[in-house]
Design a protein around this ligand. Structure first.
Ligand SMILES: *Cc1c(COP(=O)(O)O)cnc(C)c1O
Length: 371
């Protein structure tokens, strides 16, 4: 039996009647962009993350761009981001007109190494954007301190961290502004593209709302040049259904992670650890192994799908060649990019499947080690 990396069909089957009814409601209403479904989701998600404002947008990448712009950060400004993340973290900074400045990854948490942020601060630095990578939270207290000392904004990239907690508080609106993605495979995923910006800052919320809809609050009156970054009603309707299950699904992910850790304890693999300050929601279950290619091949031969998040750190992407970074600049991020392997992780994973994945991993790790 093939074991998929994620199984969106299994999840849909479990909530099919509610999702189908929600989509039918949108079709009947003939209100397809923004409108009541989007407003209902914005209110529910703001409450979920403990934010005053939530603005639904068309993607996580759009959320990042608008969050940066709404902090009035742009050309000539720098935003500190981790070298190990999905490309969109830096891309959103760039499309806002600012320049990403990369910082190495932390060995234990995989998130930004907070001990290396201060040396990346320059007179042009305007914000620090930690990424709660794989569902693990970045260590925010030292970042809050730096942000206060240097008068910087804290922008959270929470695209992989719906429901993650930092010292008991849900992430997203712990800084000035936070960004979520509802790409289908995320812990809270739409059936298409979607994203959200959350904030407690009324002015930031107002600017995001303007920018997502052609710089306009009132029809045909345009205060600024903006974008079409609106969230569709169909996606909001799906998200309204799925948000009710998010905590339950995250609990299942956590239970699966605990089971993996237990079963892989004897293998020659580095398994992820939950930082003492964090509640990890395991968007991805990422192990590290010296001979990653062999491990991935062995799993693939056994019908087990895996992923690599991410094979090339952002500072080494061709798109950022002009920034002048080179191999060796961020040794930990570079080492991780060569060793990380994401095992199947989704709420509907069965214990049988977890046991099978762990067995194959353990035998591969042993075999390669002995050979
Ligand atoms: C998915 C993701 C994004 C981008 O979200 P999209 O909705 O795909 O545009 C940004 N940052 C991180 C860390 C992500 O995982």
């Amino acid at each position: 039996m093939m074991i998929p990396f994620v199984d969106l069909k299994a999840q849909y089957q479990a909530i099919k009647s509610e999702v189908d009814a929600a989509i039918a409601r949108v079709l009947d209403s003939a209100c397809f962009v923004l409108g009541p479904e989007v407003e209902a989701f914005e209110a529910a998600f703001a409450e979920y993350v403990g934010a005053t404002f939530c603005i639904g947008v068309s993607s996580g990448t759009a959320a990042i761009q608008l969050a940066v712009m709404a902090c009035q950060i742009g050309a000539g400004d720098e935003v500190i981001v981790p070298a190990n993340s999905f490309f969109a973290t830096a891309e959103g900074v760039s499309t806002a007109g600012a320049t990403p400045v990369f910082v190495d990854a932390d060995r234990a948490s995989y998130t930004i190494d907070v001990s290396k942020i201060e040396r990346a601060i320059t007179p042009r630095t305007r914000a620090i954007m930690p990424v709660h990578l794989y569902g693990q939270v970045a260590d925010l207290d030292p970042i809050f301190q730096l942000a206060a000392r240097y008068n910087l904004d804290l922008i959270e990239d929470a695209a992989q961290a719906h429901g993650s907690e930092y010292r008991g508080c849900r992430v997203g609106a712990l800084g000035r502004v936070g960004c979520f993605s509802f790409y289908p495979g995320k812990n809270l995923g739409a059936y298409g593209e979607g994203g959200a910006v959350v904030t407690n800052d009324a002015e930031v919320a107002r600017r995001v709302r303007l920018l997502r809809d052609h710089g306009s609050e009132r029809k045909y009156q345009h205060e600024v040049i903006g974008y079409n970054f609106r969230l569709e009603a169909m996606q909001a309707a799906v998200l309204n259904v799925k948000l009710q299950f998010l905590d339950q699904w995250n609990e299942l992910r956590r239970a699966h992670a605990a089971r993996y850790a237990e079963l892989l304890a004897g293998a020659d693999l580095q398994t992820p650890s939950e930082m003492p300050y964090a509640r990890h929601v395991y968007h991805l279950y990422v192990v590290q192994y010296e001979d990653r290619a062999a491990l991935q091949q062995h799993l693939s031969d056994a019908g087990i799908q895996t992923g690599i998040h991410y094979p090339v750190p952002i500072h080494l992407q061709p798109a950022y060649a002009s920034l002048g970074y080179k191999a060796g600049d961020f040794p930990e991020a570079e080492q991780q990019s060569g060793r990380v392997l994401s095992l199947p992780m989704f709420p509907e994973l069965t214990d049988e499947q977890i046991v099978r994945v762990a067995e194959v991993c353990a035998s591969a790790a042993e075999r390669v080690m002995v050979a």
